[in-house]
Design a protein around this ligand. Structure first.
Ligand SMILES: Nc1ncnc2c1ncn2[C@@H]1O[C@H](COP(=O)(O)OP(=O)(O)OP(=O)(O)O)[C@@H](O)[C@H]1O
Length: 232
């Protein structure tokens, strides 16, 4: 589903990514963790064709990102940390707008259904985005991923700045997305949520992927200890 092979990204001859390789299998949730500047967002930006790699390859759904992004794009969704939505439009209008520019026309009932699946309370559908919390905006982004019928979802720091209730709701949402068969790549600083919500975890430092662990084989304490050791 997602394959990254010897990926390197240089900015002014400084390596933001250094020979990173990993695979995320179909239906798997894979999280990248690591200190600020480790290269997590750069990896996601290369996979979503916002940034070009210096060398190496990245593919999604079996297609090379640099040469076939047009074919990849309809099947993927990217939800950044701060989702750019229109504050003067309501939640449902934003979803309708973004579906429209992707060539998707849904009835109000269908749009509502996607928002409900993403966990947004019906009472907020017709409120302006300017009044939404970060977690509510994220739900609109995920509703768009569902409306696109995306098979691969990229989430950049989805739990940062969310309150505990929103984080708990996000965990339930992730489980539902996984149950629907979605493949998900997450960038995160939240070790606790990462160990509980994801299948596999890649620990990055200074552009390199140092280690990959299966969440089911690791406790939170073991992950934290390993993380601390690797970050020294
Ligand atoms: N447009 C850019 N120009 C120059 N350097 C950049 C650019 N974007 C990222 N970098 C550098 O690349 C490195 C990796 O950054 P990246 O944002 O991928 O890290 P990250 O692990 O996502 O960090 P954070 O947890 O802070 O989001 C950092 O040293 C960063 O300063």
């Amino acid at each position: 589903m997602i394959q990254v092979q010897n990926l390197t990204k240089e900015y002014n001859s400084r390596k933001a990514l250094d020979d990173v390789s990993f695979t995320v299998t179909r239906g798997e949730i894979f999280s990248l963790i690591g200190a600020n500047g480790a290269g997590k967002s750069t990896t996601i930006k290369i996979l979503t064709h916002q940034v070009l790699a210096t060398s190496g390859s990245a593919s999604v759904n079996g297609l090379d990102v640099s040469s076939h992004f047009g074919q990849i794009k309809p099947g993927i969704a990217y939800v950044p940390e701060n989702l750019m939505l229109y504050g003067y439009l309501t939640g449902i209008q934003n979803l309708d707008f973004f579906c429209g520019i992707s060539g998707l026309n849904y009835t109000r009932a269908e749009l509502e259904n996607y928002l409900i699946q993403a966990g947004l309370d019906a009472g907020h559908f017709d409120k302006k985005l300017a009044n939404y919390s970060k977690g509510m905006k994220q739900k609109v982004g995920i509703a768009f991923a569902l409306a696109k019928k995306a098979t691969v979802l990229f989430l950049d720091e989805p739990t940062s700045g969310l309150d505990p209730k929103s984080i708990a709701e996000f965990s339930v949402l992730l489980k539902n997305l996984k149950a629907s068969g979605m493949t998900i790549l997450i960038s995160s600083h939240d070790l606790f949520r990462t160990i509980n919500d994801t299948d596999r975890i890649g620990i990055m430092k200074e552009g390199r992927l140092l280690e990959t662990v299966y969440a089911r084989e690791t406790s939170f304490a073991q992950l934290e200890e390993k993380y601390m050791q690797l970050m020294q």
